[in-house]
Design a protein around this ligand. Structure first.
Ligand code: NAP
Length: 281
């Protein structure tokens, strides 16, 4: 048995550290490595993986969507998102899963003590991560999720994919953000704004003033550990969470798929987080 993460680029991926720590904590001697697979080379990779004992892999850019037509089965959550991040070989079949959304909801519950059920949420962005998180929030029975995006048509398209009807599209201008924030108990940033290497930043943070004082702010970004959004929110006394617990939780759920059994999620998340913090120290 061998596990991998594939992508291009992928050598910077934290998945080998996270999965290595969890496998080590379980006492399992299963190798997990990063493997560069270029766009257009997925079919060759699947054949190679099958021949070389790879029984599961994580996928990152640019393969999350392109894998879908090449797999034998797709889990309903991944089908809804239209992207996979975890693929397992079971009974000779490649089966695709997406653990990003469930990982985000688990992070909110475990690290911020927020259960989205019944909440109104402002969600910024309508890209791949936003889609996974918005659909998971809807599934977790958030009362309403305002999907706010610079390109409104992408937000509209995302909301049209929600079978439960909890998602509403909205714009990204300051007035709209303040209006939806006023109604929200949770704000989730799924844009690149504030990410290391992203040249752009929020134009203003006045939407944070519209939130109730006990609101939670969840930024999917984990580099830097505290984005300007989280710093501004913290200075206003709001509860904040960065993207690291989501990264860890999506990996815990992926490992459950790889091993095809439930794990002690808290223990796994703890081992992975310790390894990441050690790496950064
Ligand atoms: P993506 O598909 O490229 O989507 C990027 C989103 O950001 C789009 O909604 C885009 O709006 C918006 N955006 C980009 N530049 C903007 C600007 N200048 N002003 C306003 N909006 C802007 O990216 P993604 O894969 O969803 O990733 C989004 C973020 O989530 C990244 O920072 C990534 O690191 C993070 N992430 C974290 C985890 C985790 O485990 N913690 C997992 C996945 C992703 P338009 O549609 O208008 O272009």
């Amino acid at each position: 048995m061998r596990l991998q993460v594939i992508g291009d680029p992928v050598l910077h991926s934290k998945s080998p550290v996270i999965h290595g720590a969890m496998l080590g904590a379980l006492g399992l001697d299963i190798p997990y490595s990063a493997h560069v697979v270029r766009r257009g080379e997925l079919s060759e990779y699947l054949a190679w993986a099958r021949e070389n004992g790879v029984t599961g892999f994580n996928a990152t850019m640019p393969h999350k969507e392109d894998l879908i037509p090449l797999l034998d089965e797709i889990d309903p959550a991944a089908k809804a998102v239209g992207a996979v991040n975890t693929v397992c070989l079971r009974g000779g079949k490649w089966i695709g899963f997406n653990t990003d959304g469930a990982g985000a909801v688990a992070a909110l519950k475990d690290s911020l003590g927020i259960d989205p059920s019944g909440l109104t949420v402002t969600l910024l962005g309508a890209g791949g991560a936003a889609k996974a998180v918005a659909l998971a929030l809807s599934q977790a029975e958030a009362e309403r999720v305002f999907v706010c995006n610079r390109t409104l048509s992408r937000a509209e398209e995302l909301c049209a994919h929600d079978p439960l009807g909890h998602l509403s599209s909205a714009g990204f201008d300051a007035d709209t953000l303040r209006r939806v924030a006023e109604q929200s108990q949770l704000l989730v940033n799924c844009t690149n704004l504030g990410m290391e290497g992203c040249p752009h930043q929020f134009e203003d943070f006045s939407f944070l003033d519209a939130l109730p004082p006990d609101a939670g702010i969840f930024d999917l970004i984990y580099h830097p550990a505290e984005t300007e959004l989280l710093s501004q929110a913290r200075r206003r006394g709001l509860r904040t969470l960065n993207g690291l617990p989501m990264l860890v939780n999506q990996a815990v759920l992926a490992l459950e798929h790889f091993l095809d059994r439930p794990l002690d999620r808290r223990a796994m998340a703890g081992a992975a987080t310790d390894a990441l913090l050690f790496l950064e120290s």
